[in-house]
Design a protein around this ligand. Structure first.
Ligand SMILES: [Zn+2]
Length: 306
């Protein structure tokens, strides 16, 4: 007999309508279709409940949880009404610096490229070349190139570069307001911490990483007036984005569980690590591919087993 499994899905944005720049991004229609598939083929549970049942041995077969990372406004505007319509629960991991009009470094670059008048975007002053943006495919390539070039730069350098590049570009408000965050909470959704500025923790000195994790938790607790006990590592790949010392920091700060982005499913037993729970990104537009990929994800070895 196979053990019960917990699949944890990660979402970031749920767009109101498809975005030609990101044809693979989840939009409202696709999200609703995925919710219906989850209800039909899996047992969706609130994450806190699933974690409890994982530990007390009462996890149902094919349990699934929905999570969102970063704190986009469309989580409240688009995803929340669909979750409510289907009676489903989600946990939202929020990078606290960006609420009320902030913008993450990657969105600064994306929106700058999106709105660049063209035919090229001159980033030579920052050593990033002069990127052609006349065609849609060129804008997509420019975004991919810039995100790749900046992601693993030292944190302060990444933030400064993104800010300077965006200064000449276009600012779009994409993130939740504090009021929308409270709206998610009032609707019965769970809120978790995701640091203040979404740094790659492994790229920070230890004291700064600890400060990012602690201050993000404290800020959310002040806004929500409730303990925040769940954490998601930014970018979330074990060994590359965070290490054993960050797991210890998360434990010492009083979190009860933490989520990674390495693929896989959780099972009860000695290999269960509540502070490095694997997750899964469902992006497939087709029904069969979505289910096939969820199925493949259940076959991933537990983290550290390879
Ligand atoms: Zn994130």
């Amino acid at each position: 007999m196979s053990l019960p499994t917990l699949s944890i899905l990660i979402y970031h944005r749920v767009l109101a309508s498809p975005d030609p720049l990101f044809p693979g991004e989840v939009d409202a229609r696709l999200f609703e279709r995925q919710l219906m598939l989850l209800k039909h083929f899996f047992t969706p549970l609130p994450l806190p409940q699933a974690l409890q049942r994982l530990q007390d041995g009462s996890l149902p077969p094919r349990a699934a949880c929905i999570t969102f990372d970063d704190g986009y406004a469309d989580n409240a505007q688009i995803a929340l009404p669909l979750l409510q319509k289907h009676g489903l629960h989600a946990t939202f991991f929020i990078a606290s610096a960006y609420l009320d009009g902030g913008q993450m470094w990657n969105d600064k670059l994306i929106e700058t490229v999106r709105h660049a008048p063209g035919p090229s975007l001159d980033l030579r002053p920052w050593g990033l070349g002069c990127l052609p943006v006349a065609k849609l495919a060129q804008r997509q390539a420019a975004i991919a190139q810039l995100l790749g070039q900046l992601k693993y730069l030292p944190f302060a350098q990444r933030e400064t570069l993104a800010r300077q590049i965006a200064r000449a570009g276009h600012q779009t408000e994409l993130m939740l307001s504090v009021e929308q965050l409270r709206q998610l909470q009032r609707a019965g959704m769970q809120i978790g911490a995701h640091t203040v500025h979404h740094p790659i923790l492994a790229a920070l000195p230890d004291h700064a990483a600890q400060q990012e994790i602690a201050a993000g938790k404290a800020q959310l607790e002040q806004w929500l007036q409730t303990p925040v006990t769940l954490f998601a590592y930014p970018n979330g790949k074990q060994g590359r984005d965070y290490g054993p010392c960050h797991v210890e920091m998360v434990k010492a700060l009083g979190f009860t569980a933490a989520l990674a982005t390495d693929w896989g499913a959780s099972r009860p037993g000695p290999e269960l690590d509540l502070f490095q729970l694997p997750r899964f990104t469902p992006w497939d537009r087709g029904r069969l591919m979505f289910l096939w990929r969820l199925q493949q994800n259940l076959r991933q070895p537990p983290p550290g087993a390879n």
